[in-house]
Design a protein around this ligand. Structure first.
Ligand SMILES: N[C@@H](CCC(=O)N[C@@H](CS)C(=O)NCC(=O)O)C(=O)O
Length: 210
């Protein structure tokens, strides 16, 4: 099996998958899709993902390609095929808690602060920033409260999970929007611990900046 990940260096959804692959030591070729130049809207890219987003995983087996988009789906695929180290450790309840936190970011924050949504909302950069700040802070407040019951060194216990894979890239976006992470002390603590891990660093935007 050969794998190709279509991604963008600054895309937080791409970072989730790069990081999952780094943790699980999954070998993969990275293909850059420049979102600022609109490469995600080209017909050949839309064949792979009609939604025009990154990341997309191409899985080549026996000379045939199959495609998977949506970072959560790609991480779940990786978890099934490469179970160790697990990104969803623990019993059914703990797995539910990890998915709950991941979804606060994945479906609560990320879609509304996305570039195309911000641009549709307003052409004015200040207004875009105000919009993104509002939704990031609303989601982080909930995440912070939930996590007070679950956090150890990371969001759920002492092992990096899918929740952290969603949280940390979102923190990076929050910092770019000038949000002071210290407003959310548990999130800030976990961000500092996670960003220092070698796998997170290896998957970070800086490592893939063209
Ligand atoms: N729910 C999707 C979100 C993917 C997504 O929105 N990706 C952004 C970059 S982080 C994108 O490709 N945006 C393209 C655009 O805004 O035109 C996932 O988790 O993969």
């Amino acid at each position: 099996m050969k794998l190709k990940l279509y991604h963008y260096w600054r895309s937080s959804a791409s970072w989730r998958v790069r990081w999952a692959f780094a943790i699980k030591k999954i070998a993969c070729e990275f293909v850059s899709i420049n979102l600022l130049e609109g490469e995600q809207k080209r017909p050949e890219y839309l064949e792979r993902n009609p939604n025009g987003t990154v990341p997309v995983l191409e899985i080549v087996e026996k000379g045939k390609s199959r495609f998977l988009s949506e970072s959560m789906a790609i991480m779940e695929w990786a978890e099934e095929l490469f179970p160790k180290p697990s990104l969803l450790p623990g019993d059914a309840y703990q797995k539910g808690v990890i998915r709950q936190l991941a979804e606060v970011i994945n479906s609560g924050i990320h879609p509304v602060q996305n570039l195309r949504v911000r641009k549709f909302y307003s052409q004015n950069e200040e207004k875009q920033k105000e919009w993104a700040t509002h939704w990031i802070c609303a989601g982080f407040s909930a995440y912070e409260k939930w996590m007070r019951q679950t956090a150890g060194r990371f969001s759920v216990g002492d092992q990096i999970t899918m929740a952290d894979l969603c949280l940390i890239p979102q923190c990076y976006n929050a910092k770019r929007a000038d949000i002071a992470l210290e407003t959310f002390p548990t999130i800030a603590k976990i961000y500092a611990a996670a960003i220092a891990t070698p796998e997170c660093k290896a998957a970070s935007p800086e490592k893939f900046q063209p």
